[in-house]
Design a protein around this ligand. Structure first.
Ligand SMILES: *Cc1c(COP(=O)(O)O)cnc(C)c1O
Length: 435
């Protein structure tokens, strides 16, 4: 099925552990990650670039659990962080500061100061305003910030509108035709050293050709900048490599590497990469249980114990996730279209529409696949539903890496203002409920 995730003796298993064992131990819904899948994706990528000077900065926002970061850091990965919170996670997971790049359009002065004190590798700057603020913060602290200007190469990554980022007119990066003047300003500002150039053109990219055109534009700019006296040493190629969700043909990392090398060889730059989804997306599954089967007049609804608060991608991006019964269906099982939904009172709380599925009954376990990236990290406790726990599996052994909060934890830090507390003999409790 996918690396690390397969039926064994008719039961879906992750790295050799049958999922019912994990469901018995920790309940449902629960996220389960395959170490084998993450490590093999990482090693495939790393070996494709082993013959070039490079640094792979895993984009933490895809899945920032410390055990996940730590698994990749042990393979040599650095981190691409988009907040000071993610930088702190990277450090806690053992990533060296000089392997951290800091991206994002809205870095605050406080975040900049903290990142400078930590001594990260580079800031990927996205606006003039940010550049000036960074110069002021760095100067005040007596530090020098190494930067890449994130350039918007104006290519169409041909992906979902909500995750395309490299076209003119979106909020990311600095337009190519303004880049030279931004570097000129960077050179004149104290506390700033522009040593790199960067891009990130979008996510879930399945046709790699836009990468090549975008990189060629960056390499041309690199030459112009060097001619103008800038010491450009690194080319940050961003992330965005797509994965199969529905049996799509994945981009082969070898062909991606070939086109990157074609476009950048001769630039004299060290290459930085920021893949997120590619390393973890297909390493995760969400185990969930069928709570009810409801036959409406038009549709059969399979109502799960997981919902859009646990996994929001279908509701937010119309994303497709393959959903399979944990118990392998018979080869001749009848297949019927069903609506697969969660219990939340929103019509968008739906995982699949008209999805052909084998028969399912209340109590059956199903697995939502490709749930390793942009899944648990985006979950919330909407409807006062605890976020699902996370479990990591390696070679037949599994470990809880983030437990499910107790329901009472979800409101334990909520307090009543004075005017809602009785002043009489028996004040109302500040926190309701007990475990
Ligand atoms: C989100 C993001 C990434 C990672 O994207 P993937 O599609 O998960 O590879 C890399 N770099 C930047 C700047 C990002 O915002």
């Amino acid at each position: 099925m996918m690396t690390g995730i397969e039926y064994r003796g008719g039961i879906l298993a992750v790295d050799g552990v049958p999922l019912p064992r994990i469901a018995d131990a920790f309940g449902t819904p629960t996220y389960v990650y395959s170490t084998e899948a993450m490590v093999s994706a990482y090693r495939g990528f790393a070996s494709a670039f082993a013959d070039r000077d490079n640094l792979i900065c895993y984009a933490l926002k895809a899945n920032s659990n410390l055990a996940v970061i730590s698994t990749l850091a042990a393979e040599g990965a650095g981190a691409d962080a988009v907040s000071i919170g993610e930088i702190r996670r990277a450090l806690a997971a053992g990533v060296e500061p000089k392997k951290i790049v800091f991206a994002g359009v809205g870095k605050t002065a406080e975040e900049m100061a903290a990142a400078l004190e930590i001594g990260i590798l580079q800031f990927n700057v996205e606006s003039l305003s940010e550049l000036k603020m960074l110069s002021e913060v760095a100067t005040a602290l007596g530090h020098t910030a190494e930067i890449a200007v994130r350039v918007n190469p104006d290519v169409d990554a041909k992906t979902h509108a909500k995750i395309t980022t490299g076209k003119k007119g979106n909020k990311f990066g600095i337009d190519l035709d303004q880049a030279a003047s931004v570097y000129a300003l960077a050179k004149s500002l104290p506390g700033i050293k522009a040593t790199a150039i960067g891009m990130h053109i979008g996510s879930q990219i399945l046709d790699p050709t836009p990468f090549e055109e975008a990189l060629r534009r960056l390499v041309t700019l690199t030459r112009e900048l060097r001619d103008a006296g800038h010491d450009i040493q690194r080319l940050d190629c961003g992330g965005g490599l797509g994965i199969p969700y529905k049996g799509e043909t994945p981009v082969s990392v070898e062909s991606y590497a070939q086109l990157v090398k074609r476009a950048t060889d001769g630039s004299g730059c060290k290459l930085i990469f920021e893949p997120g989804r590619y390393f973890v997306g297909n390493a995760g599954v969400l185990i969930t249980k069928v709570v009810h089967v409801k036959d409406g007049s038009a549709h059969r609804f399979i109502i799960l114990d997981s919902a859009m608060n646990d996994l929001v991608r279908p509701a937010m991006y119309d994303a497709w996730h393959t959903i399979v019964p944990v118990k392998e269906p018979a080869a001749d099982a009848p297949i019927e279209p069903v609506e697969i939904v969660g219990p939340i009172c929103e019509s968008s709380d739906q995982f699949a529409k008209g999805r052909p599925m084998p028969p399912l009954q209340a109590g059956d376990l199903v697995a939502i696949l490709s749930a390793g990236a942009y899944s648990r990290v985006m979950s919330s406790n909407y409807n006062t539903r605890p976020e699902p726990p996370e479990v990591l599996v390696k070679e037949g052994v599994f470990a809880m890496i983030k437990p499910r909060p107790a329901v009472t934890d979800l409101f334990a830090n909520e307090t009543l203002p004075e005017w809602l507390v009785d002043t009489g003999a028996s004040p109302r409790p500040r926190v309701y409920g007990t475990r």
